[in-house]
Design a protein around this ligand. Structure first.
Ligand SMILES: NC(=O)c1ccc[n+]([C@@H]2O[C@H](COP(=O)([O-])OP(=O)(O)OC[C@H]3O[C@@H](n4cnc5c(N)ncnc54)[C@H](OP(=O)(O)O)[C@@H]3O)[C@@H](O)[C@H]2O)c1
Length: 335
């Protein structure tokens, strides 16, 4: 059995990765912290491991100890651990860049490099596409991340690009949605409460990938001969934000009141929310850093190479994914 480490296993994407990796017959090691929730990691085939990405010397010892106890290091690694919202800007860089770099260096210095390493980056590392031409974001474009989250993910990607001997693949998912997801969920909640919100007057072109499709292509990429390549990940379509609201309304059978919020108002709201949540040590979905992403109008992405190289055939378009997500939110009484 091949040993697969999934970091960020306690997170939204991580939980689904663990489930599917078990289905595919891997010996799955869930990388978690003491404080991590194991709510969706109940399968007794899961093995847990604590790796301290913030401390390279400790991490090296942990990797060596694992390799000694198991006669070999991890065969495969999916590095999903990352921070998507934070109260301190430095946290994005510490977790998404420095911790990733420590991890790679620790493997190089202890001779524990796996056969394949998947770096879960984000479309945010490139930032939105040209709002006038509406050309999909593509590899040959100059990355222009608009948030610190995106900038920190880009910094990690730039580090990978300097590695000539490391068997990595970078995946850059666009917005991931599905059961258990808590950020896009706020849009479902608003529609459920009878409101449809838009930011500014320009139509927004959005892209999505359903979590199960992301998991499929991530695990397929692990076994592919591709190496030192990066891919944008979406279901291959682009959707207007009004279409997302329409589908949620349709499957919730709701009528809504449409509100278009001026951009300066949204920024002020993000500021207020961030300060209020900050009092309780939390970060809201609509925060100052991410507001520029929410305002951007072109999130179309190029995916031809993803579809070709991994024979990727998404099983979910937005309608099917929204319906399944709503079914889950209802079943769990989130809606
Ligand atoms: N969701 C999306 O729309 C989306 C889109 C593009 C890319 N991504 C990327 O996909 C990955 C997973 O995202 P997600 O939506 O599943 O996020 P999530 O639910 O917030 O999960 C993040 C995971 O990372 C772990 N983590 C955070 N800081 C850590 C640290 N310092 N040390 C070790 N583990 C740490 C968390 O552990 P705890 O449970 O202990 O906090 C959690 O398991 C991230 O790298 C994210 O950037 C997500």
């Amino acid at each position: 059995m091949k040993k697969l480490l999934i970091t960020g296993a306690s997170g939204f994407v991580g939980g689904f990765l663990v489930e599917e990796a078990l289905n595919r017959g891997y010996e799955v090691y869930a990388g978690v912290r003491n404080s991590s929730s194991k709510k969706y990691l109940k399968d007794d085939r899961i093995k847990f491991i604590h790796l301290d990405f913030g401390n390279k010397d400790k991490l090296k010892k942990e990797l060596v100890a694992f390799a000694q106890e198991n006669q070999s290091p991890f065969d495969y690694i999916i590095h999903g651990a990352g921070i998507t919202k934070a109260n301190r800007i430095q946290d994005y860089y510490d977790v998404n860049f420095h911790n990733t770099k420590h991890f790679i260096e620790a493997m190089q210095e202890t001779n524990t490099i796996p056969t394949k390493f998947i770096q879960v980056s984000s479309l945010a590392s490139f930032g939105p596409g040209n709002p006038h031409t509406l050309e999909p974001v593509n590899h040959h474009h100059t990355p222009r991340p608009v948030s610190s989250y995106g900038k920190s993910k880009l910094q990690a990607e730039e580090y990978f690009n300097t590695l000539t001997d490391f068997p990595y693949i970078i995946l850059r998912p666009t917005t991931v949605y599905g059961p258990r997801e808590k950020d896009l969920y706020t849009v479902f909640q608003m529609v459920s409460n009878g409101f449809e919100f838009y930011i500014g007057n320009k139509p927004q072109h959005l892209t999505f990938v359903y979590v199960k499709d992301l998991v499929t292509v991530t695990l397929d990429s692990l076994q592919s001969p591709m190496v030192r390549k990066s891919y944008f990940v979406s279901d291959g379509n682009s959707y207007l934000s009004s279409h997302l609201n329409h589908l949620i309304k349709k499957h919730l059978n709701k009528k809504t009141f449409k509100l278009t919020l001026p951009t300066p108002f949204v920024r002020a709201l993000a500021f207020t929310l961030e300060k209020s949540f900050g009092l309780f040590g939390k970060t809201p979905t609509l925060n100052i850093e991410r507001v520029k992403e929410f305002e951007s109008t072109n999130w179309k992405v190029y995916t031809d190479d993803l579809f070709q190289d991994f024979n990727f055939k998404p099983q979910y378009d937005l309608e099917r994914g929204v319906k399944e997500t709503i079914d889950w939110y209802k079943q769990e009484k989130w809606l």
